[in-house]
Design a protein around this ligand. Structure first.
Ligand code: ADE
Length: 238
């Protein structure tokens, strides 16, 4: 059998893992050995007697910066040289479903969780870290971002996701938001299920869902809508 997809996480808070990844779809897959997780404490690589991992920023300013020597030692000790090395950071390149698909198709990922005001730039360069952001907002550390990235990858691993959960992925790969869903009761607080969904006419249902997905995407995500128009143009050109 081939080795399972693996996430190695470097963090100052290893007790945050597996956290929410220990339950539901990802948790079951973890228990079954479909993927593997190792959370390593960056502090274990500190060398001074206070076990310090951070220091004041050169040039002054607020907060503390994660030391290059300590983090480099933690990366080297993890010895996962075959894995892409990702640094979770709000200034990283935004994570996309296509990058998630690439990562899920590889051997796994080494995820480094920043804390404090940041990480010494020299370790980012010396260990060739790929900075990844999960959105334009600031978390108090990279751990929750790492959990989000791992979750997005794990659900794509073979055997993890049932057919039912795969719909959202398919829709996103077309740069479309998901159409609205309904189930029983037929009327909820005076609101009926759209009649067409009860018609039994599969072609009409499919056309309605597509129109709704397009309307939602146009209204809420003009950026995705533009990307979709672009994709379509490129597939019909040449
Ligand atoms: N660390 C803090 N904020 C973050 C974000 N938005 N994405 C990734 N890592 C982070």
């Amino acid at each position: 059998m081939t080795a399972p997809w693996r996430a190695t996480v470097l963090t100052l808070f290893p007790e945050m893992f597996p956290g929410p990844l220990g339950v539901s779809l990802a948790g079951k897959a973890l228990a079954c050995g479909l993927w593997a997780l190792e959370a390593r404490d960056i502090r274990a690589s500190a060398t001074d007697k206070h076990r310090s991992v951070d220091d004041t920023p050169a040039g002054g300013g607020p907060g503390m910066v994660l030391r290059a020597d300590v983090l480099a030692a933690a990366i080297d000790a993890a010895d996962d040289s075959s894995l892409p090395r990702l640094l979770m950071s709000p200034r990283g390149r935004p994570l996309t479903q296509s990058r998630v698909r690439e990562l899920a198709g590889g051997p796994g990922a080494l995820l480094i969780c920043g804390r404090f005001e940041g990480v010494d730039q020299r370790v980012i360069e010396a260990r060739q870290l790929e900075e990844v952001s999960i959105g334009d907002y600031v978390l108090s550390g990279g751990e929750i971002a790492a959990l989000a990235l791992i979750d997005a990858c794990v659900r794509l691993l073979p055997g993890v996701m049932g057919k039912a959960e795969s719909g959202a992925e398919e829709s996103f790969s077309e740069s479309l938001l998901e159409y609205p869903q309904y189930t029983r009761p037929q009327t909820f607080e005076g609101r009926p299920i759209p009649e067409i969904l009860l018609s039994g006419d599969h072609a009409k249902v499919a056309a309605w869902r597509r129109a709704e997905a397009e309307r939602l995407t146009r209204d809420r995500r003009p950026d995705l809508w533009a990307k979709r128009l672009d994709q379509r143009k490129n597939t019909t050109d040449g």
